[in-house]
Design a protein around this ligand. Sequence first.
Ligand SMILES: Nc1ncnc2c1ncn2[C@@H]1O[C@H](COP(=O)(O)OP(=O)(O)O)[C@@H](O)[C@H]1O
Ligand SMILES: [Mg+2]
Length: 339
Amino acid sequence: MTSLTLSNVKKHFGKVDVIRGVDLSVEDGEFVVFVGPSGCGKSTLLRMISGLEDISSGELRIGHRIVNETPPARRGVAMVFQSYALYPHLNVRDNMGFGLKVRKVPAGERARRVGEAARTLKLEPLLDRFPRELSGGQRQRVAIGRAIVGNPEVFLFDEPLSNLDAELRVHMRSEIAALHKRLGNTMIYVTHDQIEAMTLADKIVVLREGLVEQVGTPRELYERPGNLFVAQFIGSPKMNILPIDAAAGAWPGRPAGAAHVGMRPEDLKLTDPGAGLIGGKVLLSEYTGASSLLHVELPGGEVFLVGCEGCAIDAGTAVGLTIAPDRLHFFDDAGRRAS
Ligand SMILES: Nc1ncnc2c1ncn2[C@@H]1O[C@H](COP(=O)(O)OP(=O)(O)O)[C@@H](O)[C@H]1O
Ligand SMILES: [Mg+2]
């Protein structure tokens, strides 16, 4: 049973504070995803958990043990990197078994575990190949296999699919989800990919500049973002935000202190000019197949993104926009959710 707890964990490189005080608990068997803009500290935090990076202050527990000073190999974690980090001169079998060999696991036991991982990951036909003879997806599967054979309590993934093409990413994403289901291990997964985060996570941790902005299920973050940053970070295309005083008219459901209103592109509906809650002029219509994305300029000059299915609207057309009142998001002048 392996939970993780981070208490006021910090990291500085020289004078630069990179992780500025993170509190987080990860439950046994949970799939937790770290997301956030590039440079916010996702990899650093993961490396601190793995032991590849020292913790400057605070406390990290894996299970009941404080592991701040525990070497990586004794933390019960295995990490999978974006770069795969395979040994080029070893074949798949030896790449997967390498860590076990270092730990002096007997050959028979090693072969058994590698065989089992190869079966799980459908790598059996590839065991004698070298990394250069594998596709990107196969290499990543070997990297995951190498993590599995060590029988870790916690898997750490740092953007493991970022080097793969779009189709393979989708495929590997479902493989990782299936793997989590089968193994039931605690997993922490770093990505900057929205869809990966939303589809894989039991719990998403949104990081920004070394701090946690919000922790919640994908649905919680999407339905009730706690602040403007999360509101615009989760969801694609991103939420439209309007300063509330700039917008004429009463806003249904507006709570006291609201200074901004947010509307997701997919929640806005087209209506006749003058008839909606707001209105504007279509600047651009981007056709993407199943749906289109309209860029609509409001009277105040703001440009809203509006999703619509099967619509074909010329630039220059005036449109009205409506939205269900319960799909409005309000934020105060400090950017916090107001409701
Ligand atoms: N070894 C290091 N020395 C100095 N600064 C570092 C080091 N590693 C990372 N950083 C800095 O820490 C910040 C967070 O980096 P990182 O954790 O890699 O971000 P992310 O994975 O979210 O893109 C960045 O500003 C990066 O430049
Ligand atoms: Mg990173």
